[in-house]
Ligand binder design. Structure first.
Ligand SMILES: [Zn+2]
Length: 198
């Protein structure tokens, strides 16, 4: 999947595979998405493929199927707006107009509850594996579409807004590559070191 994406009037990307999650709520009155949060996820951890991520976000994951699910995910209610699979395929779980449950306790330069004003994008991956070129292509196209539709003014990693608690998207995520691919100015990347912004 590559090229241009669009966002429809209801906050869905028509080109994405639509897998609606019940785990969302209305954004607070007047809140619009201004922040994109990049994550990684793999289920079971460090295993790619399969349907467990979608099942987690749709509350249909069989928590007896793996010890990690049993001990860590039972009863957990989470979601993200988007998942980008290893082959670059785009899945959408929550309308961008709604508040998905991806960031948890978080702080963006003093502003808490980042779910209120962010769009969460999960890359299928881990903290110990490079991401695929197809994933960067889809991510850049998605960011451009979101930026065209919403007043996005920053991109951050989950670890940036929840330091000490979260480590994703991890050391293998190439922020300078995303910046180049999107042609966005360095000011959109407040956590990127100055030397990497040039
Ligand atoms: Zn995360």
């Amino acid at each position: 999947m590559s090229g241009a994406f669009t966002v429809d009037a209801d906050g869905w990307v028509p080109a994405a595979r639509k897998l609606p999650s019940p785990n969302f709520e209305a954004r607070p009155q007047g809140a619009v998405p201004t922040l994109i949060v990049v994550h990684n996820i793999s289920l079971p951890p460090n295993e790619f493929g399969g349907t467990a991520i979608a099942e987690l976000f749709q509350n249909t994951l069989d928590c007896d199927a793996h010890p990690y699910y049993d001990t860590q995910l039972r009863g957990v209610r989470v979601s993200a707006h988007f998942v980008i699979r290893r082959d670059g395929a785009l899945e959408q779980f929550v309308s961008c107009d709604e508040r998905a449950w991806h960031a948890g306790p978080s702080n963006f330069f003093g502003r808490e509850r980042c779910n209120d004003f962010s769009i969460g994008i999960e890359l299928e991956g881990s903290d110990t594996t490079a991401f695929e070129a197809a994933q960067y292509r889809t991510l850049a196209a998605l960011v451009s579409a979101l930026q065209a539709r919403y007043p996005i003014d920053a991109l951050a990693g989950h670890s940036d807004i929840a330091p000490g608690r979260k480590t994703d998207p991890g050391p293998y995520f190439e922020w300078p590559r995303l910046r180049r691919d999107t042609s966005l100015d360095g000011r959109y990347f407040p956590y990127l070191k100055f030397s990497e912004k040039r």
